[in-house]
Structures are given as C-alpha cells and as structure tokens.
Design a protein around this ligand. Structure first.
Ligand SMILES: [Ca+2]
Ligand SMILES: [Ca+2]
Ligand SMILES: [Zn+2]
Length: 469
C-alpha cells in the first residue's frame, strides 16, 4: 500500500501533515490517496483508523473516543482510493503526533497492515482575551445561567468568535444610549426594551433563557439601538443583541449536551433523537447577533437576490453563496475544511458533530466591516528567494528559499530552467543543496503550491552562479 498526497508524493517517510489553524476554526481537510500494489488481489477492502479522538476522515466514517474509522473499497479495477483527513480544532499550542493505520483484506483472504506517522502542525498562539463583547446575564429570568457550565460554554463561544477580531476602534457608548429587546421568557412575540446601565465600548450581548412552544433558541442584533461608530462615522453594524437559549434544549425537549472539552466534540450530532450540543447552538446564535442578521445594515447590503455579494467571499468560494430568509448560507460548504458553513451545519463532507466556525465566517466578518487579526487561516502563501545565489564547483551549495503562509505542507518544483548537476531541490522546503559539479550560470524559476487546491501557485526567480573551483 502506498499513501500519497494530492501531488502524488509517496508519504512513507514524511507521513501525513495536518494543520491546526490559529484559533477555534474548522481546519483544512487534507486530500490523500491510498494505492494498492499491482499484485493485490481485487476486490479488496481497507479499514483506516487513526489513534486520536480529534482526528476525522471524510464521510462516510465513524468518530469517537479512540479515533476515527473509515472503510475504503477497491472494486473490479480501481487500485486507488481517495479520502480526506483533518483534526478538530483546539485552542492549545503544541504539535501533536498520531499514527494512521490501514488494514487490508483481499477477496482471497490475504491480510496486510501498513502505518504512517500523522503530524499535527499547531499554529495556536495565546492571545489576551478580547474585551470586545460584554455578556450581560441580568435579563435572564429562567435561572438557566445560574449553571456555571452554561455561562462558561456561552463565554467560550463568544471568545471563539472574538479571537479573530482586531481592535475595532469603535467609539464608546454612553450609559443609557443603547437599546436592546428582551423577550418575555415564554414567547418570541412579546417583550420589552432595556437600556445599557453603564458605558461600554464594543458589543453588548444579553444572554437570556427562554422556554417557548417552538422549542428553539435564537439570536438577533438590536434594531432599536444605534450603530457602531469609528473615526466619527456610523458603520453598518449594530452595538447590541440578544441570544435566547431554549432551556429544555433545541427542538426535542431532551435538554442540552453541556460538553466543554474539545476531546468530546463527537458526543452530540445535534440530531433529532439526542440532546443538542449547547456550544454548537450558542456559537451559531452568537453569529446571528454579531453579523448574520439583516438589521445590521452592512449585512443587509450584502444580501441581494438571495445571494451574498462580497468580493472576498466570492473569490474564496468561487461563487456568491445563496442565503435564505433565516440569514443562513444554507448550501455552502467551506472549500478548505469541507465543513458546512454558517447555517449549513448539517451539510458538508466531514462528520457532522460539533458545529465549527469556518473560514467563510472570517471573510463574512470582514465583509460587514469588522477588522480581523492576521490569523494563520488568512495568511497568504509566500515564497522568497535571493536574486542571486553563488557557489563553487566541488563545494557545498546552500541557497536559502523562504516559504511561509498558506497551508503547509508545500510542494515546490522547478518551473523554469534546470538545476546544475549535483544540486537538488527539497520539494517540501524549497531549499537548494548539493555539490555542483560544473560551472555556469543558471536562471531558475521556482513554483510553490500549498494545501489550498484553488490557490494559484506562487513563483520566484533566481540566478545560480557556480564559479570555477
Ligand atoms: Ca486551533
Ligand atoms: Ca492547537
Ligand atoms: Zn440560525
């Protein structure tokens, strides 16, 4: 069995590289290929497993405490099967190491096992908690937020959004100047308005428990208050909002799954027959309050003819995503993580468990006017080479090429010219090394690609000058 990356490179030595992007956001789903040798009797079956509870394969697959499982079937002639692999995000720093195991069984009962190293490249960095969103529990009449777990999960979900936000430069809101709507705890229909008791800068978010006949939660920005101001100008963003948490759980009265640990992300699918994951639902509803709601004029402006019109979102998705009356991107799948985007959490190609922020959300935050921090999922791919690199025949050449950003691992190739005899390109780092055996001048073009298959390759040019010994 030979495991290959999307460029066809044999991963026996390098193993599989996954990335845990900065922050709590759905990570890239890496495309892999498992080839069977010519002598393997077909049909054959391979059972893939990996020994990490946050690892996952694309569907159809299983996930759980001892890691994911996926079956690949090789029927009549096909000796190659594709699958994807990703790691569920966490917020902690540190690379992680796992093992991918493939157990082959052929039609004539032969069995074989192969293993590869799986390395998770961690890009998390500790950040001071942003004080942008101020959570206010004072309007909760149900007692739901007396439970410290409910408050912790709510605040974690807030923090997972605001992690990606830079300082907004918003002007302070004086006490009594912002108005929000608070529901009666038994209905979506009636309620009253409240004013902010004290001054704040940022977003004032009321967290309210409700128990309504619809048995669902909700989130909205305030259309009775004012707009955020920056540099003396009003923006298209509201300054407050409300998240309503149905205290009996969403839809089915089975209560909530109050899991806080990322290692237990797989417990709830938010499906009909089980308690829904509270983190997933409040994280979604907070998204409505911050941006996905038409009472934000900036969001309303993006919605035209049932689609979102925003350049960066169109460039990322290859089209303008459809949006429905609930402000959901109901059929969009994030192209890198293959996870359903906001409002399409039951879609996508990956196991549908805890709902995750996707890169689409970051681009949407930016499109409505929030300032983002330069976190790694947004980092452009870059290659930097010296204009001239000098060496001598018979002496070790070292020509440093710097590749950064994008989604590692990289694939570098010579796109123009030919390397001097004795000099080799490291196709993962771009490094040129070796002992040249002939003098001369060589004009070389290098080209790098990363884990985003739709990103155009980046190029660099350099001259190698090899002198006489
Ligand atoms: Ca992370
Ligand atoms: Ca991490
Ligand atoms: Zn929604």
């Amino acid at each position: 069995m030979v495991l290959r990356d999307r460029w066809g490179r044999d991963l026996r030595t390098a193993g599989v590289t996954l990335v845990d992007w900065e922050g709590h956001i759905a990570n890239p789903a890496v495309e892999l290929l498992l080839d069977l040798g010519e002598r393997v009797n077909l049909p054959a079956r391979v059972v893939l497993t990996a020994n990490g509870c946050r690892l996952m394969f694309n569907l159809f697959s299983e996930v759980g405490p001892s890691g994911p499982t996926r079956v690949l079937l090789y029927e009549s002639h096909e000796r190659s099967a594709r699958f994807r692999m990703a790691v569920v995000p966490d917020r902690a720093g540190g690379d992680e190491d796992y093992t991918l195991t493939a157990r082959l069984t052929t039609g004539v009962g032969e069995e074989r096992t192969a293993q590869w190293r799986v390395r998770v490249l961690d890009q998390d960095r500790p950040e001071p908690p942003a004080a942008f969103v101020h959570v206010d529990y004072s309007q909760d009449e149900t007692g739901f937020f007396r439970d410290a777990r409910a408050r912790r999960i709510f605040e974690q979900a807030v923090g997972d959004w605001t992690y990606f936000l830079a300082d907004q430069g918003f002007e302070p809101v004086e006490a009594g100047r912002e108005t929000a709507f608070i529901n009666e705890p038994t209905t979506f229909e009636r309620g009253h308005t409240v004013q902010n008791a004290s001054a704040y800068t940022g977003y004032l978010l009321y967290a309210q428990g409700i128990q309504v006949p619809e048995r669902r939660s909700g989130g909205r920005a305030s259309d009775t208050g004012g707009l955020q101001r920056r540099d003396g100008r009003a923006l298209g963003l509201r300054r407050s909002g409300t998240v309503l948490s149905e205290i009996t759980g969403n839809w089915n009265g089975l209560g909530w799954s109050m899991e806080e640990d990322d290692d237990r992300w797989w417990v709830s699918s938010c499906s009909a027959g089980e308690p829904h994951d509270y983190y997933s639902v409040v994280r979604h509803e907070i998204g409505h309050t911050l941006l996905y709601h038409r009472v934000h004029p900036a969001f309303a402006r993006l919605m035209r003819n049932g689609r979102i019109h925003a350049d960066a979102v169109r460039a990322y998705l290859g089209q303008e995503p459809r949006v429905n009356a609930s402000e959901h991107l109901f059929e969009t799948v994030d192209p890198i993580s293959r996870v359903g985007a906001f409002g399409n959490e039951y879609g996508g190609d990956m196991p549908r468990k805890r709902w995750l922020l996707t890169k689409v959300d970051l681009l949407m935050l930016q499109a409505v006017g929030y300032r983002l921090r330069p976190t790694t999922s947004l980092a452009p791919l870059e290659i930097e080479a010296p204009r001239i690199c000098r060496g001598s025949v018979g002496e070790r050449l070292s020509c440093p090429i710097k590749i950064a950003g994008g989604i590692p691992p990289y694939r570098v190739r010579v796109s123009r010219g030919a390397l001097p005899e004795g000099v080799e390109l490291n196709d993962r780092t771009g490094e040129l090394t070796g002992i040249p055996s002939r003098e001369g001048r060589y004009a070389i073009g290098l080209e790098v690609e990363d884990g985003d298959p739709r990103r155009p390759a980046r190029r660099a040019a350099l001259r190698l000058i090899i002198d006489r010994p």
